[in-house]
Design a binder for this molecule. Structure first.
Ligand SMILES: C[S@@+](CC[C@H](N)C(=O)[O-])C[C@H]1O[C@@H](n2cnc3c(N)ncnc32)[C@H](O)[C@@H]1O
Length: 228
């Protein structure tokens, strides 16, 4: 792996401002130049990202939404040097963990983007670019009055469809049974998706939250949907 190490591409955003001329939170609130290497600075939130500028070699793309401390993603990217990986996360502190772990592992096939997941899917991922989307333990919002804040809702299959390549797969995991039922309902209602099994090797790659749930004996649930 180390033989094909190259300097990661950093996209400059120093002039990016919101309409009221303030930095756009989560996009350029960290000064240009201070970003660690694997964290991508977006130069536009209006244009899809240029994947060729992000990765030295074009390969099938996998994206994890809400990647947390990136322990899953770093393991997956290490095991699959023939694929490219993007972690999407709104918290900079967690994205810095992706950066630290990814660089320590010498990964050139991993990048992190600090932005809201559904915005990234809708507007920034090039359409039909993604072979696999991973969404693991998204915030469950257990109170009924908060369900509207859940990432997986009746609009989510459509934005997933836009991002996925033909035959692309969305992988879901949660510990929240009610949210799991909602996930199954919204995908069952969408003709473009077919439920599939999560491969055993992928299921064996645990996320940070999943390890915690297992330690505490909390049951976790899995589903996957292939784009027809
Ligand atoms: C419960 S944690 C799970 C983290 C990781 N997937 C795991 O299983 O260990 C949810 C993560 O998603 C991030 N997150 C929540 N909503 C998000 C959103 N709309 N866009 C981007 N990140 C989000 C949170 O900051 C947090 O790191």
């Amino acid at each position: 792996m180390s033989s094909n190490l190259t300097a990661p591409t950093i996209l400059q955003t120093s002039n990016l401002k919101s309409q009221n001329n303030n930095p756009i939170p989560g996009i350029n609130s960290v000064a240009a130049g201070s970003q660690p290497d694997l964290i991508v600075e977006l130069h536009s939130i209006l244009e899809p990202i240029d994947l060729t500028a992000l990765f030295p070699i074009g390969r099938p793309l996998e994206v994890e939404l809400g990647c947390g401390d990136a322990s899953f993603l770093v393991n997956d990217a290490t095991l699959h040097p023939d694929r490219n990986f993007i972690g999407v996360e709104r918290l900079l502190g967690r994205l810095r963990k992706l950066d630290r772990k990814g660089r320590r592992a010498g990964l050139v096939n991993l990048r992190g983007v600090r932005i809201e997941s559904s915005y990234f899917l809708k507007y920034l991922l090039p359409p039909h670019s993604t072979a696999a989307l991973h969404l693991y333990f998204p915030d469950p919002w257990p109170k009924r009055k908060h369900w509207k804040k859940r990432l997986v809702n009746e609009r989510f299959p459509e934005i997933t469809l836009r991002a996925l390549a033909p035959d692309g797969v969305l992988y879901l995991r949660t510990d929240d049974r009610n949210y799991f039922e909602q996930m199954r309902e919204v995908f069952a209602a969408h003709a473009a998706f077919r439920p599939v099994e999560t491969p055993a090797d992928l299921a064996g790659l645990l996320t940070d939250f999943e390890r915690e749930f297992q330690k505490r004996g909390v049951q976790t649930l899995r589903a996957a949907y292939r784009r027809e």
